[in-house]
Design a protein around this ligand. Structure first.
Ligand code: TYM
Length: 333
């Protein structure tokens, strides 16, 4: 039996190094393994939980698909589609929102962070966002969900919702309880300006992140300006862990080169930061330049990207419509 892998990315523009190292790089590995059936979704319904400009949303949806392909996901092997084209997602989300408890959602830290101080003004969609995410995953009987560390709590909620539905309706194992796939190390890439803050699309300063479409010069400049401290490069892992910005930069180096932290520390121990930063910039350029060129090329071929979305949505609808039919029977519709 093949494993079913499901994950999603919001089409809110500026996909960055955190998205790549925390999630998309892993999607590519999973896509390349013939033991998996992979489904990767551009979650446009999630995107509208915060204000979007319709024309830009459309562009960003295509750009996200272009990014998946540019990073190495094969649209012939994996199903690539956008969430809004499969109505079962919204419908299942409603049904699951009648299973999920307010107390569970009240604990979600991402809502607290995103809603900020004025949570009365946040959309209801932003609050119930993790329920829609559970619907995405459960509709496809996904066994594994590759995500960055920031989505861990949402996946725990998804597991709770699946188990409660199965218990409430006495349908043992109807919804498969999914396992998160989160990298052990550096599953949360931090801002280049603050090692305590997640690298994020919504951060105001563009210098805080490396976008997957950045040019060589932009990458070099951002790494040059990345925050470090006044000490030389660390000489042990214990020392590294106490220096968040340095930990993040060495973590990025390690994730990209797939070299161990020990080896990197041994190579650069005691040296100046500028020397390490030169190597890191080069590594980033070598990895991201081909991706960014491919994104630009693919973005010009809208017909191709739209065809992939249309084929993917057809395949996703076939799977999801069978599952929602069964949900209807179970619930009593
Ligand atoms: P989104 O669009 O915010 O992010 C997409 C993926 O990138 C990961 N990520 C990071 N990983 C490491 N370091 C970072 N700084 C960083 N920033 C983002 C995220 O963990 C995510 O894996 N709720 C999801 C989308 C979603 C989804 C789903 C995911 C909707 N339905 C079903 C899995 C399954 C989100 O907002 O991702």
């Amino acid at each position: 039996m093949k494993k079913i892998i499901f994950s999603g990315v919001q089409p809110t523009g500026n996909l960055h190094l955190g998205n790549y190292l925390g999630a998309i790089k892993n999607f590519v590995k999973l896509n390349n393994d013939d033991n998996n059936n992979c489904i990767f979704c551009v979650v446009d319904l999630h995107a509208i939980t915060t204000k979007q400009i319709p024309k830009e949303l459309k562009e960003n949806t295509l750009e996200t698909i272009a990014t998946f392909i540019a990073c190495g996901i094969d649209p012939k092997k994996s199903i690539l589609f956008n969430q809004s084209q499969v109505p079962a997602h919204s419908e299942t989300a409603w049904i699951l929102s009648c299973v999920a408890r307010m107390g569970w959602l009240n604990r979600m830290t991402q809502f607290k962070e995103k809603a900020g101080k004025d949570k009365e003004k946040a959309s209801i969609g932003l609050y119930s966002y993790p329920v829609l995410m559970a619907a995405d995953i459960l509709l496809y009987d996904a066994s594994h969900v590759p995500v960055g560390d920031d989505q861990k709590q949402h996946l725990e909620l998804c597991r709770d919702i699946a188990q409660k539905f199965n218990k409430d309706f006495n349908v043992e194992e109807f919804f498969k309880v999914p396992e998160p796939l989160i990298q052990k190390e550096f599953s949360r890439i931090m801002s280049l300006k603050d090692g305590q803050k997640k690298m994020s699309k919504s951060e105001l300063s563009d210098l805080s992140r490396i976008n997957l479409t950045d040019t060589k010069d932009q990458i070099v400049n951002k790494i040059k300006k990345a925050k470090t401290d006044t000490l030389p490069m660390p000489s042990s892992i214990d020392e590294l862990r106490k220096r968040p910005e340095v930990n993040n930069l060495i973590g990025i180096y390690s994730s990209l080169s797939e070299e161990s932290l020990e080896k990197i520390i041994n190579t650069f121990s005691g040296k100046n930061f500028s020397e390490f930063k030169d190597f890191l910039s080069q590594l980033l350029v070598d990895c991201l330049d081909p991706i960014s060129n491919e994104i630009k090329k693919l973005k010009d071929d809208k017909e191709y990207l739209n065809q992939i979305l249309s084929d993917g949505s057809k395949k996703a609808n076939e799977i999801a419509s069978k599952k929602i039919k069964k949900i209807h029977e179970i619930v009593g519709f």
